[in-house]
Design a protein around this ligand. Structure first.
Ligand code: 2AM
Length: 200
């Protein structure tokens, strides 16, 4: 008797995930994030550091055209909702600034080697705060678990080493931010810039 009473509930719980799954599969999504993308000269200098680091750490180096600083990570967003990101970003106004890339490090938890800033201008924190608020206000899923720390990932799956290469600091003039999407590539993950907004 107990079993026959329980059966409808079990059957319902078996059906529901399938319905969810079917709705989810019906719409394509993209893994997206907002980022700063360097121009050719800065990207070339970052790539040089990555090449030097690769010699020591034996790993997967990021391609030059994929180097960036993530400002806000959204993860999978349904393609029909992507225009909401553009609408949210278009409400923002922020000024240009310069970044000084003058330090590097290795994070054991995700095995990346990165280059970043010892200090950065308040405008960058302001921009990140505004972006994250605008996304949240638009009901978009922005990741907030990590405090913002501006860094460019140079190597993935890297081994820890006693010392990373020394390098002369890089002056990065920042005049825009972009929406980018991850996509699988033959040599790992590739990134595509979808659109961008100017800093004035
Ligand atoms: P990472 O380079 O430090 O790994 C695309 O994956 C970009 O989004 C990368 O710059 C990656 O940072 C960042 N990213 C991935 N997951 C994230 C998360 N949960 N929070 C913040 N940034 C994330």
């Amino acid at each position: 008797k107990g079993l026959s009473l329980a059966r409808p509930a079990i059957e319902a719980s078996r059906r529901r995930p399938w319905r969810c799954c079917a709705a989810w599969m019906a719409e394509a999504s993209q893994r997206v994030f907002l980022a700063l993308w360097p121009g050719a000269e800065v990207a070339g200098r970052l790539q040089h550091i990555a090449l030097e680091a690769e010699k020591r750490c034996g790993s997967r180096r990021m391609r030059r055209d994929t180097l960036h600083i993530t400002l806000a990570f959204l993860g999978e967003v349904a393609e029909s909702r992507l225009p909401l990101i553009g609408e949210a970003m278009a409400t923002l106004q922020a000024g240009r600034f310069r970044l000084r890339i003058d330090t590097s490090g290795y994070w054991a938890h995700n095995r990346i080697v990165w280059a970043g800033c010892r200090a950065w201008p308040a405008q960058l924190d302001g921009l990140v705060g505004d972006i994250r608020c605008a996304l949240a206000d638009a009901g978009l899923p922005v990741a907030t678990e990590n405090a913002f720390f501006p860094h460019v990932t140079l190597l993935r799956k890297a081994q820890a080493v006693a010392a990373l290469p020394e390098f002369e600091s890089i002056d990065w003039p920042v005049d825009a931010w972009v929406l980018a999407a991850s996509s699988p590539a033959s040599d790992g993950v590739g990134y595509r810039r979808l659109t961008g907004w100017p800093l004035t």
